[in-house]
Ligand binder design. Structure first.
Ligand SMILES: [Zn+2]
Length: 120
């Protein structure tokens, strides 16, 4: 989940963590607010307890859609065809009947034109 966190401009959001080696409490900077006091934070990349602490301490908004995010290449073909868009048709080369899916055409050819295999 991505959230928009509001804090002090140019200041950092910090958490206290325990250094596993020295067992001393240290301050870790999670992110820095920009000049407008806004930071975009991907909570999936932070520890759950840090996220909890942040949400308690700062005002925030959930980001539902990032317009700047690009559609991943390759996902374009997976967009479902709208009902009013022309559907690609597969015509039988033997009789001209049209089918909306290649497997339907193949079934048709197997059933209707078994002897015409290979004929154009
Ligand atoms: Zn046919």
């Amino acid at each position: 989940m991505k959230i928009k966190v509001y804090g002090q401009p140019n200041k950092s959001a910090k958490v206290r963590v325990l250094n596993p080696v020295s067992h001393q409490k240290i301050i870790r900077r999670l992110f820095t607010f920009d000049k407008d006091g806004v930071a975009i934070v991907d909570t999936d990349k932070l520890k759950a307890r840090h996220v909890k602490e942040l949400l308690k301490r700062y005002k925030y908004e959930e980001i539902v859609l990032l317009e700047a995010e690009e559609t991943p290449v390759g996902a374009v073909d997976e967009i479902p065809i709208e009902a009013d868009e022309p559907v690609k048709m597969y015509a039988c080369k033997h009789c001209g009947m049209e089918f909306d899916a290649p497997y339907k055409l193949a079934q048709h050819v197997r059933k209707e034109h078994p002897k015409n295999k290979g004929e154009t």
